[in-house]
Design a protein around this ligand. Structure first.
Ligand SMILES: Nc1ncnc2c1ncn2[C@@H]1O[C@H](COP(=O)(O)OP(=O)(O)O)[C@@H](O)[C@H]1O
Ligand SMILES: [Mg+2]
Length: 154
């Protein structure tokens, strides 16, 4: 389901998502530069109780926030050349670490994403809004629940 949302509506969407995303969930954030992926993660992290200034990981691909329960693992794979490279930093372990995994530029490692994940695509619209498409890959029941909860089901 795709909608055009103002930034303030996107903020509300992030707040709702932070209520229903649980440990071991994976969020794939996809969208061109400047569509709002990092802004999404910052708000999401704050909602989880992270007080640090969240910045996109650059050379390491991942930032860990373990002071909260569940932990948050924030990936940004913008600079990756080959999806397989993600395993060199222990990607597999992060997926099974009882934390929440959120991945900016997840389309660059699409082949390595798990069987189930929340896929959020952001599209440029204008200076105050973005196109937002939400799907839950691999679990129709969960997709229905989430889309209803965030008012995306109509
Ligand atoms: N929810 C939002 N509220 C206000 N501004 C936003 C929001 N999302 C994106 N923006 C605007 O878009 C710019 C780029 O967002 P950013 O999150 O850095 O994008 P990305 O990580 O996708 O490159 C921000 O500096 C801000 O001006
Ligand atoms: Mg970013």
């Amino acid at each position: 389901m795709k909608k055009v949302l103002t930034f303030s509506e996107i903020d509300t969407l992030v707040d709702k998502l932070s209520n229903i995303i649980k440990k071991n969930d994976v969020i794939a954030l996809i969208g061109d530069l400047g569509t709002g992926k990092t802004t999404f993660v910052k708000r999401f992290a704050k909602n989880l109780g992270i007080t640090e200034n969240v910045k996109s990981p650059t050379f390491t691909y991942v930032m860990e926030y373990r002071d909260i329960e569940p932990a948050l693992f924030h990936f940004d794979v913008y600079r990756i050349c080959d999806a397989e490279e993600i395993y060199e930093i222990g990607y597999e372990d992060y997926l099974h670490n009882d934390g929440i995994v959120i991945i900016e530029w997840a389309n660059l490692i699409e082949s390595e994403l798990p069987e189930e994940y929340l896929k959020i695509e952001l599209f440029h619209k204008d200076e105050n809004s973005r196109g937002v498409e939400i799907k839950y890959i691999g679990n129709e029941k969960r997709e229905k629940e989430i889309l209803e909860y965030v008012d995306f089901s109509n």
